[in-house]
Design a protein around this ligand. Structure first.
Ligand code: AVJ
Length: 324
């Protein structure tokens, strides 16, 4: 009988206190900012799923196609006993690897690690039904704080960090997180990281300014998340969605800009926030890479690039890394 469990490390009290600290710090600094992890409540995770289906949003499709093409070879070459996925979300792309793992007969366990409890539960139950005999272990946590909660290794391990999520972090945070992930790897274990690549700026900007307005709704939803977490009264509709490529920093920035001066009260932390039309709340940075910048970043984190896979026209990249 396959094993199934979900462990929660984001209890309400802990979630509340980190959110209280993050929001107070972010909204009292200049420029005002909020961490992108607060996009992903139930509604935000649904909106993100819808983003991945948009015609303009290429990263998910490109990564999915690339994964499908490399999965059999990758699984054959290392025959992982377990796959640990950070930021697993709905796990749909992962199925290419799970299918290959099942065909190969090596795979015993899948560990899904995500901030969203609802999506992790749904995904885990779906996988249990699809993959007879596969142990499925969900961890609801924040990968910047709870990596240590990943169960002890069961054999050869393949860690996945897909979707370009690493690009949400800044250089020092990326290197630090990669270093921590590296500490979960034995000599024969591997890490597969998905990164969006530098390309024509118009294509990148379109992916974050879709014509159906889903990305705008996703961006504004962060204010609803803050409202419900901290008993606030932001009016999300009063904010305009802004997304542009910052060439110097090689990243998409998403912001919320009020059309008129907005005053919000966050009662649970007794904070009044005034946002002027001349300023924004910076909600996300999504860094774009090159093969060379990925190689350099892995090396800085004590890892080494073992294989580089790129989608046609360098639309997206997957880096397979191992301990240096
Ligand atoms: C989940 C961080 C990879 O940066 O493309 C999508 C999030 N934000 N549209 C990305 C996102 C707006 C996404 N990542």
């Amino acid at each position: 009988m396959a094993d199934f469990r979900i462990d929660h490390y984001l209890n309400d009290a802990g979630f509340f206190s980190t959110m209280a600290d993050d929001v107070r710090k972010g909204l009292t600094s200049t420029p005002k900012q909020l961490p992108p992890k607060y996009f992903y409540d139930g509604r935000g995770s649904d909106l993100f799923e819808r983003i991945t289906e948009l015609p303009e949003y290429y990263p998910m499709r490109e990564e999915g196609a690339l994964l499908n093409s490399i999965a059999p070879g990758l699984v054959a070459s290392m025959a992982p006993h377990e796959i640990v996925e950070l930021g697993s979300g709905s796990c749909t792309k992962t199925r290419a690897l799970l299918d290959a793992g099942r065909a190969n007969g090596c795979l015993r366990r899948y560990v899904a690690f995500d901030v969203s409890e609802s999506i992790t539960r749904l995904a885990a139950i779906d996988l249990l039904q699809r993959y007879d005999g596969l142990d499925v272990h969900g961890i609801v946590g924040d990968f910047l704080r709870h990596l240590g909660k990943i169960p002890t290794v069961l054999g050869r391990r393949l860690v996945l960090f897909l979707g370009g999520t690493l690009g949400n972090l800044y250089r020092d945070e990326r290197v630090e997180l990669l270093r921590q992930i590296g500490s979960l790897l034995g000599p024969d274990d591997r890490l597969l990281v998905g990164v969006d690549l530098v390309k024509d700026v118009k294509l990148i900007e379109l992916a974050y300014n879709d014509s159906a307005g889903v990305t705008a709704a996703f961006n504004r939803n962060m204010l609803s998340v803050v409202n419900s977490g901290l008993d606030g009264d932001f009016n999300p509709e009063a904010f305009q969605h802004l997304a542009f490529f910052n060439t110097t920093e090689s990243r998409i920035e998403m912001h919320l800009r009020p059309s008129t001066r907005q005053t919000a009260h966050l009662r649970k932390i007794d904070l009044t926030v005034v946002v002027e039309p001349a300023e924004t709340i910076w909600t996300e940075s999504s860094h774009k890479f090159t093969a060379a910048s990925v190689d350099e970043m892995l090396t800085a984190a004590g890892l080494s690039l073992r294989e580089w896979y790129a989608a046609p026209k360098d639309m997206f990249g997957l880096a397979l890394a191992g301990p240096a």
